[in-house]
Design a protein around this ligand. Structure first.
Ligand code: ZN
Length: 152
């Protein structure tokens, strides 16, 4: 495992639309392992492949002590609306209020290429949506309705 460098806002790679994963191989497993290692080093709820400069539709979410590895995720269904605050490892210095659906159903493949569906609500759903946005070059700051400057 190896920690990878996290790109910051302003880097053009964060604005690209990522390509689907086609082979569920050792390279994908290595990327997922490195992303988890990176997330655990810096802290946070999720990380998307473009944040480490890899333009593939891969992201990870860690919520309630469980790690979700999402390959080629697709939003199947969303319901409701809620506003809460978000931050991003690629957008240092501030957080922001963002409106997102309250509940989602996301279909994705795991690292073995097995199709799965995950239902998520509240902040858990928010983290999925935030990470999936990265795969289309969207940052929370694009969607934020109010900026919250960090105290430190
Ligand atoms: Zn982010």
């Amino acid at each position: 495992m190896a920690r990878r460098n996290i790109l910051k806002i302003g880097d053009p790679l964060l604005r690209k639309v990522c390509k689907p994963v086609e082979s569920f191989d050792e390279k994908l497993a290595q990327l997922l392992d490195d992303m988890a290692d990176t997330l655990h080093t810096v802290g946070g709820l999720g990380l998307a492949a473009p944040q480490v400069g890899i333009l593939k539709r891969v992201c990870i979410v860690e919520y309630d002590n469980r790690l979700y590895e999402l390959v080629n995720p697709v939003l199947l269904k969303s319901r409701g609306k809620c506003i809460d605050n978000e931050g991003c490892l690629s957008v240092p210095g501030y957080r922001g209020l963002v409106e997102r659906p309250q509940t989602v159903d996301v279909e994705y493949f795991d690292r073995q290429g097995v199709k799965r569906v995950q239902h998520a609500e509240g902040y858990f759903a928010r983290v999925f949506l935030h990470e999936m946005d990265h795969l289309d070059g969207i940052l929370f700051s694009d969607r934020m309705i109010k900026k919250i400057i960090d105290e430190d």
